[in-house]
Design a protein around this ligand. Structure first.
Ligand code: URA
Length: 234
C-alpha cells in the first residue's frame, strides 16, 4: 500500500496532507526517514508520523453532529466558510460526513472514518428512513399531506412513499414531520414546493434508529456501541 494511503487510512490526515508530511521529513518507515512520495508500505513495516507509530485502519470513529445552519457539509471550502470539519476539529482522525445536509439545513449528520460504512449507508439499496422536521409556509392540508405520502414529482423524479405527520398548524405556517428513504438533492424542500408550501426551516432529527436527541447545535457526540452495531447491520 502507498505510504500516503496508509497514513490516511490510519485517520491521521488526507493523502494530500500525508504527502506534505513525507516531503517535510516527518515520516519514518522502519526507523528511516522517507522523503520520496509513492513509496510502498509492506506487511510488518513500522510507520511513524511525527515520532508516533501509526497503524492503518486501526481506530474507527463514529460521531453524530448537530449541524447548524450556515455550515457546509464538506471537509474544506474554497470560500473559507465554516464546515462540519470545524465541529469535529478536536478529533485527531479525519472524519467524513455520511451523506449531506444543505447549507441552511440543521440537525443530525453522521461522521466517520469508516469508509465501508459510509459506502453502505449512502448506497441507494440500503437507504434508511431519514426524518426531518420542517417549518413550512401556509397550511398543509390533508390533501397535500396525502400527496406527499404517495409521492410527488420534483422535476423529473417521482418520490417514493413518505411518512408525513403535521405536528402543528398555525394560521400562517405548519410544522411537519416527514420521513423519506431517498436522498435527492434538496429533496424535502422540493417535495413541499411541489405541493405549494415553501420550507422556512428544516432540521434532520433521525437517521434510521439514530436520533439527534438533545445534542446542541454545533456539537457532536460519539455514537454508542449499540448505534454503531445497528448501522453496520443495515
Ligand atoms: N432535504 C433537503 O431539502 N435538504 C436537506 O438538507 C436534506 C433533505
Amino acid at each position: 500500500m502507498r505510504i500516503n494511503k496508509y497514513i490516511a487510512d490510519a485517520g491521521i490526515c488526507s493523502r494530500r496532507k500525508a504527502d506534505e508530511l513525507i516531503s517535510n521529513g516527518n515520516v519514518k518507515i522502519n526507523g528511516l526517514t522517507v522523503k520520496e512520495l509513492g513509496v510502498d508500505v509492506a506487511e510488518g513495516d513500522v510507520v511513524e508520523v511525527n515520532g508516533s507509530v501509526i497503524e492503518a485502519g486501526r481506530r474507527k470513529v463514529y460521531v453524530a453532529v448537530n449541524k447548524p445552519a450556515g455550515v457546509i457539509t464538506s471537509m474544506d471550502d474554497d470560500r473559507e466558510r465554516e464546515t462540519v470539519a470545524d465541529i469535529v476539529a478536536d478529533i485527531p482522525e479525519r472524519l467524513f460526513p455520511v451523506g449531506r445536509l444543505d447549507y441552511n439545513t440543521t440537525g443530525l449528520l453522521i461522521m466517520t472514518n469508516d469508509g465501508q460504512l459510509t459506502y453502505t449507508l449512502t448506497h441507494p439499496k440500503h437507504e434508511v428512513y431519514k426524518t426531518y422536521v420542517a417549518k413550512v409556509e401556509g397550511v398543509l392540508s390533508g390533501a397535500r399531506a396525502a400527496k406527499l405520502r404517495r409521492g410527488v414529482d420534483i422535476g423529473g423524479f417521482v418520490t417514493s412513499p413518505a411518512r408525513v405527520k403535521v405536528l402543528k398548524q398555525m394560521p400562517r405556517y405548519a410544522v411537519v414531520e416527514i420521513s423519506i428513504r431517498e436522498g435527492k438533492n434538496r429533496q424535502v424542500r422540493k417535495m413541499f414546493a411541489a405541493v405549494g408550501n415553501k420550507v422556512r426551516e428544516l432540521k434532520r432529527t433521525q437517521i434510521g434508529e439514530i436520533r439527534l436527541g438533545r445534542l446542541k447545535e454545533g456539537h457532536y457526540r460519539k455514537l454508542t456501541r449499540e448505534e454503531i452495531e445497528y448501522l453496520k447491520s443495515l
